[in-house]
Ligand binder design. Sequence first.
Ligand SMILES: Nc1nc2c(c(=O)[nH]1)N[C@@H](CN(C=O)c1ccc(C(=O)N[C@@H](CCC(=O)O)C(=O)O)cc1)CN2
Length: 281
Amino acid sequence: MTAQLINGNLLSQTIRADVAKRAAALTARGRQPGLAVVLVGDNPASQVYVRNKVKACEDNGLHSVMEKYDGDMTEAALLARIDALNKDPKIHGILVQLPLPAHIDAHKVIEAIAPEKDVDGFHVSNAGLLMTGQPLFRPCTPYGVMKMLESIDYPVRGANAVVVGASNIVGKPQAMLLLQAGATVTICNSKTRDLGAHTRRADILVVATGKRNLVTADMVKPGAVVIDVGMNRDDNGKLCGDVDFEKTKEVAGWITPVPGGVGPMTITMLLVNTIEAAERT
Ligand SMILES: Nc1nc2c(c(=O)[nH]1)N[C@@H](CN(C=O)c1ccc(C(=O)N[C@@H](CCC(=O)O)C(=O)O)cc1)CN2
């Protein structure tokens, strides 16, 4: 039987409608939620993502400021901009699009963002709060994945969850959110031996490696939920994930497409985090 699709565009519509209501209520009280989006350099994928973030703000009643800088911007200049945004009362959320050019220390930049405006949830203090079960901001992609599981009423408690990829922005916070929802979690990485032996035990499989076709149908437990966080291009330049979608959908119970799956949910949860930041002020 073919898997059911978890449509990130459709789910986003419902969540964004609620965001728009909350934004309108805040605006009526003179506190329109504001997001600053900072992009350094000309990475083509990043340009698409930041454009989509700004458009999502516009469409849902949030104020946004797009700051674009050349790839040779110095780290000191970027830190000075963040300092100014930290102090700007119209800005409730700040995000610096990753990756940054190699001469800039991304950790230093993230730590410069005021934790209460860190709507990406990447600051060490937000990572610590998440780890200890008192999240201020959940990182947007893993937060979106949890909403997708909720949307299909999946019983996460007691499930075997396998996360492939251990990045700070997806894999590690994803594992933490699944663990806190009661799953038994395995985190795999690029060095994991016999990856399929782990993935085949997963009731929930989240793949976030950036390697096209890393997960094939034979590596998936029949009926599992397969969440593909990958964002790659195939030989024809078409967007695709880390999972062999066409064959895996014949094995899985639920599967997310690329595009139209986790990607839009990442932007939706950024809006949610920005609203929450504004509501706290
Ligand atoms: N500061 C951050 N940087 C990065 C993050 C992040 O959460 N914060 N995550 C990724 C990229 N990302 C968000 O910025 C992101 C990736 C993909 C999408 C998306 O909507 N994808 C669409 C397809 C878009 C296209 O046409 O190329 C889809 O899947 O349907 C949104 C956000 C790394 N950096």
